[in-house]
Design a protein. Structure first.
Length: 359
């Protein structure tokens, strides 16, 4: 008899990551929409596609391991020195890098809950203990409660603004107060995956804030506002000492030739992309107003999705929506997160929530 390979015990607790389902091809003529993964509904810009096609001819070569051109483009875009920028294969990879760089067995990784599904998994895989601090009733980070959960074992804290899945931002005043309470040797990651969609005047400004705190880094992605989810590229902004730690824990040659080139082209076409983001923000407002007009409970959102706290009705709603051609993200017993997509999909969302409530 042979023994099975032995894995770290903490892996037993790691759930298989449930990616947003692909809508099935339907034969009933109903066009299906996948509004479960907060993707951008728009196809790549023509110029970005052109660049992708052009660099496809170079994939026999490894990518630039330093992503020098992309890092320079990001640094110029956000207005920071190049040694304050790290890139990774999606912001999720950078979350893993933060954990590998800071935490291990016996350490704690702190985050709000419910928040981004990757955080507890990242904590477990690093061997650390994930500590979840409940959101407030209106889906906001309770940063005072989070600060009070900091122990000598806390090595890493994720703060998600706007929060996935509830849509609320952390305000600048809240972040400032929080940073004044957290020990300066504890790494804080402000996850701004959706910040381009925020129109809140009081939202924490990560780029301004990281300059005041060496232990604060900002996380961004090309997957959402920039519409490059399939290419896997994200970035972190932080002090050089933080960036160095991220680079040591990154996958060598991780960000592909195509991802680097497409991200650079997307930054160059920033204005065109901004128009699309503005459209999605307009659509978000329209959807929230319509759903509320129908009496549905919807949280305010600064992201490209909305959160409907449906409690025990969540599972039934998700099935009902699926049958009506809408794949939503359901958190049974809690609520559903629905991505703001093209107007036609959003109209369907309004219709389906309305008819579900009428019964
Ligand atoms: C989508 C998302 C990310 C990043 O995704 P990548 O595709 O890996 O860049 C990071 N944080 C949150 C909260 C997200 O929802």
């Amino acid at each position: 008899m042979t023994d099975a390979p032995r894995f770290r015990p903490s892996l037993l607790e790691v759930p298989g990551y449930r990616a947003g389902k692909r809508p099935e091809r339907r034969d009933d003529g109903i066009e299906a929409f996948k509004v479960s993964s907060n993707e951008n509904p728009y196809p790549p810009l023509p110029n970005v596609l052109k660049v992708i096609e052009a660099v496809a001819h170079e994939v026999n070569r490894y990518p630039d391991p330093g992503s020098v051109e992309l890092i320079a483009a990001i640094a110029a875009h956000v207005g920071v020195p190049a040694d304050h920028v790290a890139v990774g294969t999606g912001a999720v990879a950078l979350c893993y890098q933060f954990a590998h760089a800071t935490a291990g067995p016996g350490d704690e990784v702190l985050f709000a809950w419910r928040s981004f599904e990757a955080y507890p998994i990242v904590a477990l895989v690093s061997g650390a203990t994930g500590v979840r601090v409940p959101l407030t009733a209106d889906g906001r980070h309770d940063l005072d409660a989070m600060a009070s959960e900091v122990t000598p074992r806390t090595r890493l804290i994720f703060v998600c603004s706007p929060n996935n899945p509830t849509g609320a931002v952390v305000t600048q005043a809240e972040l400032d107060r929080f940073m004044s309470m957290v020990p300066s040797d504890v790494m804080v990651v402000l996850d701004e995956a959706y910040i381009e969609f925020s129109r809140a005047d009081d939202a924490a400004d990560g780029l301004a804030s990281y300059r005041r705190h060496e232990n604060l880094a900002v996380l961004r992605t090309f997957s959402k506002a920039y519409g490059l989810a399939g290419l896997r590229v994200g970035y972190a902004i932080g002090a050089p000492i933080v960036i160095e730690a991220l680079n040591k824990t990154g996958l060598p040659f991780g960000v592909s030739v195509i991802a680097q080139a497409a991200a650079i082209a997307s930054l160059a076409d920033h204005e065109e992309l901004r128009v699309r983001v503005d459209d999605l923000v307009t659509e978000r407002r329209r959807v929230i107003a319509a759903l509320r007009g129908d009496g549905a409970e919807v949280f305010e959102s600064e992201a490209n999705f909305v959160w409907l706290p449906m409690a025990q009705a969540t599972h039934a709603f998700a099935e009902y929506a699926e049958a009506a051609g809408l794949t939503v993200r359901a958190f049974p017993g809690e609520g559903v997160r629905i991505t703001i997509a093209e107007a036609q999909a959003n109209d369907r969302v309004i219709e389906v929530v309305r008819s579900f409530r009428v019964g």
